[in-house]
Design a protein around this ligand. Structure first.
Ligand SMILES: [Zn+2]
Length: 375
């Protein structure tokens, strides 16, 4: 076993305790106060590790936290988030517990365990337990789970100082890294018709619901012309009473794309949609929220390095793709080689059985430290 693997093994218990502590600080994206408690928890420990920290204050979302350590001009970005998709109080339904070599809790896999590994890498660098050739920069996002609206500009600014980005988001089943992510478009389609009495004067109305029925197929057709793109109309709200011709309908639409160049084309087609019923009008808002993370040669090189480190440490890393988005797509879109899905192995992101595999904590830490030594 290498020196790094030894150290990681010794730290496993402490890290598991810290992961549980951080999970107990519930931090739903929409709850600024709670997210900031998790940010404070992390900031205190980063400072104790010798990092220089900065907070990007927010008024609605929690603050973003940036940490830096090392003086060298070459920097590696460690990227993650402290918010979760779970409302406060979820701990009652999903208490933190250890069972069968797994640790359960809301946000433990996505991605509080990854956040604790980011912290530990700073400690290793601060105590000079490892020689990392690049300085470390960490960005802890606070609104990743709701599309990174308030954080995107700060993240892009910090990322553009860095040579590469390692994303501590959950890995794929079996511990594999993510070298391809689909891009995400989030749109709202509003349809405006005209209300009328359904029995007395139906002909005077223009049904927003009927218009929407036409548009569902138009949307499917648009998205169907792009390779490996998908459409989900996740929320539909419209109408008031069964005896009233509905004058308004609102639909929330999620579109996933596989190639960056598809984004503008799909966007243009959506905005060019035309009403079928005379008298109906539309408003299309939203856009491509995160571009795809494509497996460029830079991404491939980072993966190969990580796979070599894993092999030397006695296991096989593996890689794969996912339909889910992350901030890794934002750094990749800036041309920064980005390796995603480097978090602790587990399963159940956004699901009630969310958990990590305890024995993977030291294995991941050793992988990340080994990779940072060779980066
Ligand atoms: Zn996540």
């Amino acid at each position: 076993m290498s020196r790094i693997q030894d150290y990681a093994q010794q730290r496993a218990e402490v890290l598991l305790e810290e992961i549980q502590e951080l999970v107990l600080l519930e931090s739903p994206s929409q709850d600024r106060g709670r997210v900031n408690r998790a940010v404070e928890w992390m900031e205190e420990r980063l400072q104790a590790a010798g990092a220089l920290t900065t907070r990007v204050p927010q008024t609605e979302a929690g603050d973003q936290l940036i940490a830096r350590l090392g003086a060298g001009p070459d920097k590696t970005l460690l990227l993650g988030h402290l918010d979760t998709v779970w409302d406060a109080g979820q701990l009652v339904r999903m208490p933190v517990r250890l069972s069968d070599g797994k640790a359960y809790g809301p946000g433990i896999f996505d991605m509080k365990s990854g956040a604790v590994l980011m912290l530990e890498l700073f400690r290793m660098a601060g105590r000079k337990l490892c020689t990392f050739p690049t300085s470390l920069v960490a960005f802890f996002n606070s609104d990743e789970e709701v599309g990174s609206g308030t954080s995107r500009a700060a993240l892009e600014e910090v990322a553009s100082e860095c040579r590469q980005a390692l994303v501590l988001e959950p890995c794929l089943p079996g511990g594999r890294a993510k070298t391809f992510r689909k891009g995400v478009g989030i749109y709202t389609l509003e349809i405006f018709g005209k209300s009328a009495h359904a029995g007395v004067s139906p002909g005077r109305g223009v049904s927003a619901v009927e218009e929407f029925a036409h548009q569902v197929f138009a949307l499917k057709q648009i998205v169907g012309t792009f390779q490996n793109a998908s459409l989900n109309i996740g929320v539909v709200q419209g109408g008031t009473r069964s005896n009233v011709v509905p004058e308004y309908l609102r639909a929330e639409i999620d579109i996933r794309i596989s190639s960056s160049s598809d984004g503008p084309d799909i966007d243009r087609s959506l905005r060019a949609l035309a009403p079928v019923l005379s008298g109906a009008t539309f408003r299309v808002s939203g856009g491509i929220n995160r571009p795809p993370l494509e497996r460029t040669s830079g991404v491939g090189r980072l993966y190969e390095k990580a796979a070599t480190v894993a092999k030397r440490q006695g296991w096989t890393l593996g890689e794969g793709s996912t339909g889910g988005g992350s901030d890794g797509s934002l750094t990749a879109a800036l041309g920064i080689p980005t390796l995603d899905g480097l978090g602790v192995d587990g399963d159940g992101a956004h699901a009630v059985d969310e958990h990590i595999i305890i024995e993977d904590i030291p294995r991941r830490l050793a992988l990340l430290a080994g990779l940072l030594e060779r980066i």
